[in-house]
Design a protein around this ligand. Structure first.
Ligand SMILES: Cc1cc2nc3c(=O)[nH]c(=O)nc-3n(C[C@H](O)[C@H](O)[C@H](O)COP(=O)(O)OP(=O)(O)OC[C@H]3O[C@@H](n4cnc5c(N)ncnc54)[C@H](O)[C@@H]3O)c2cc1C
Length: 534
């Protein structure tokens, strides 16, 4: 491509969504430029699945955000890692593959997102993935994203799955298949021994297209407008300010933190707020940055006896053995993701679908050192409020793109969320108490045996809960006055501009958000191609 101003599409952000869009749009012959603020994904720890613990704090590939002091979570500022590298957060995430519940998407359609029911989304969930063991009616076999079961399953995980069944949860063979509810083994976005980020799958495939140009270390600082039409993007690359013009569309895929920030500093957002930070208003859109929703988790962990946990595999001679095993066979502890089995269940009778996700890990974490494994053997059930009611916001503090936005998730603001959390902790304790695992569970480490009453548990949840890294909703799709994009993902009231990433989800999916984000991009790409076809 000789002249960048001559491209058809500019995509801002090469994350989970951006890499999918780059693939599908360039496959159609269009001239596409993909801008990514971070570097290429050269870092070796990206590709070794268990390397995630080395990426959580790594500023070479991570935005390392922090929330404001959270009023209902002990006044703490909560650490928010986000990927800043080709592949975005799919290059640093826990690799769990979870599609969500059919009711999530039917709920979106019900909220005014016409065309987004589960039945409408299913073809895109299938076309994005290859999951060999899945049944053809529900799972894809030929898509770029490789989904695999765990290659090595520790006995502790099998005991958890048995214990959950003993506690009353039915066995679910495929948590992203016909039925989500129940207990099942986790699936991973993994390609053999390596992480399956969207950079290593969708983008790697698209690199063959000569009409795709990828610009790394290119930070978009402003969307350019001619009246109400978006015509291009200004970006900073290694200290140089550049501009790129597009003939068709600009697609913002910067993720739930950066997409609303870029819109706001470009003049699209709540007019009063924009004026207060000195940004000239291009289009008053009150919902930009509002409706932030995230999964808040509290861990229930036990000291384990007689069996090995990941804690032991992560150090000393055992770790050396696992490195050798990974190199020789591509199996073992280095291929693990963050959770080997999960339960989807309900907090109370009468709900139509699960509102709790329990994520089991045959490992335990130091509550004081983020991401550090304990030295003694342990196992953890992370209790996640899967369909939270609390809502927060992400607002630019300054017109300057270099100033980080204010992140206010407002965790546990809704009382309903606290009730769900309490029910989830109760379920987790019941599972650890059930016979198949209780003989290996020496004692509860966290919350701890002395934390029993409702008040004590709520206090613990406020002081020790954290993010499951799933912020969504800050550029929500819909047709109500707070919606930012319409059901075809166009920004309301403007031309030539769409947002396509996790930020458009009107409500967070029941489970981890990478697969739903990739589906949104897959569906968004097909809409763009339809809308631009002659
Ligand atoms: C630590 C962690 C663990 C997680 N674990 C899991 C898991 O196990 N399973 C799961 O399903 N989900 C998981 N998630 C969530 C999942 O990865 C995200 O929901 C998903 O990646 C979001 O995709 P996205 O395209 O919206 O944003 P991202 O993938 O974050 O991509 C946004 C990209 O845009 C770039 N960008 C931003 N602003 C600009 C700009 N102005 N100019 C240029 N580029 C820009 C960013 O650098 C980034 O590369 C995890 C997330 C994290 C952070």
């Amino acid at each position: 491509m000789q002249d960048e101003a001559d491209c058809d599409y500019v995509i801002v952000g090469a994350g989970s969504a951006g890499c999918v869009l780059a693939n599908r749009l360039s496959a159609d012959g269009a001239k596409v430029v993909l801008l990514e603020a971070g570097p290429s994904d050269w870092h070796p720890m990206i590709h070794v699945p268990a390397g995630i613990l080395k990426l959580l704090y790594n500023e070479a590939v991570n935005w390392k955000y922090e929330t404001e002091a959270e009023p209902n979570a002990g006044g703490r500022q909560i650490y928010w890692p986000r990927g800043r590298v080709l592949g975005g957060s799919s290059s640093i995430n826990g690799m769990l593959f979870v599609r969500g519940n059919a009711a999530d998407y039917d709920g979106w359609a019900q909220m005014g997102c016409t065309g987004w029911s589960y039945e409408d989304c299913l073809p895109h969930f299938k076309s994005m993935e290859s999951y060999a063991p899945g049944d053809d009616a529900h799972r894809g076999k030929n898509g770029p994203l490789k989904i695999e079961d765990y290659r090595t399953v520790l006995p502790l995980t099998h005991h958890f799955v048995e214990a959950a069944q003993a506690a009353g949860f039915p066995f679910t063979p495929d948590l992203s298949g016909a039925q989500q509810e129940g207990v099942g083994y986790s699936q991973m976005s993994r390609n053999g021994r390596y992480r399956g980020s969207t950079a290593q799958t969708f983008l790697a495939e698209a690199r063959k297209h000569p009409n795709l140009k990828v610009e790394t270390n290119a930070y978009a600082t402003k969307l350019l407008f001619d009246g109400k039409r978006c015509t291009g993007v200004a970006f900073n690359q290694k200290g140089q300010q550049r501009e790129i013009k597009t003939s068709r569309e600009v697609i913002v895929s910067g993720g739930s933190v950066n997409s609303p920030q870029l819109l706001q500093i470009s003049g699209i957002g709540p007019a009063e707020h924009l004026k207060s930070i000195g940004v000239p208003v291009v289009h008053d859109l009150p919902g930009v940055g509002a409706n932030l929703s995230d999964h808040y988790v509290v861990r229930v962990s036990y000291r384990i006896k007689e069996l090995l946990s990941i804690n032991e595999y992560s150090r000393g001679m055992r770790l050396a053995g696992e490195v050798m095993k990974w190199l020789a066979t591509g199996k073992g502890a280095l291929t693990f993701g963050v959770s080997s089995a999960q339960v989807f269940c309900r907090s109370r009778e009468g709900l139509a679908s699960p509102d709790i996700q329990l994520l089991f890990s045959p490992a335990s974490y130091d509550e004081k050192v983020f991401g550090a494994l304990e030295k003694q053997p342990g196992a953890t059930i992370a209790v996640s409020i899967a369909r939270p009611e609390s809502r927060g916001s992400i607002m630019a503090r300054s017109a300057d793109a270099a100033v980080r936005p204010a992140i206010k998730p407002n965790y546990l603001d809704a009382h309903g969320d606290i009730n769900v959390l309490l029910a989830g902790i109760w379920h987790a304790r019941r599972i650890f108490a059930s016979l198949s695992i209780s003989k290996y569970a020496a004692h509860e480490v966290t919350p701890g045996q002395d934390v029993q009453t409702e008040d004590e548990l709520v206090e613990h949840a406020r002081n020790f809960g954290t993010t499951l890294y799933h912020p969504v909703g800050t550029c929500k799709m819909g047709t109500d006055p707070m919606a930012v994009v319409d059901p075809r993902l166009h920004v309301h009231g403007l031309h030539g501009l769409r947002v396509i990433d996790a930020s458009v989800m009107p409500t967070v999916s029941t489970g981890n958000t990478n697969a739903p984000t990739i589906m949104i991009a897959e569906k968004g790409a097909s809409m763009i191609l339809q809308d631009n076809s002659p």
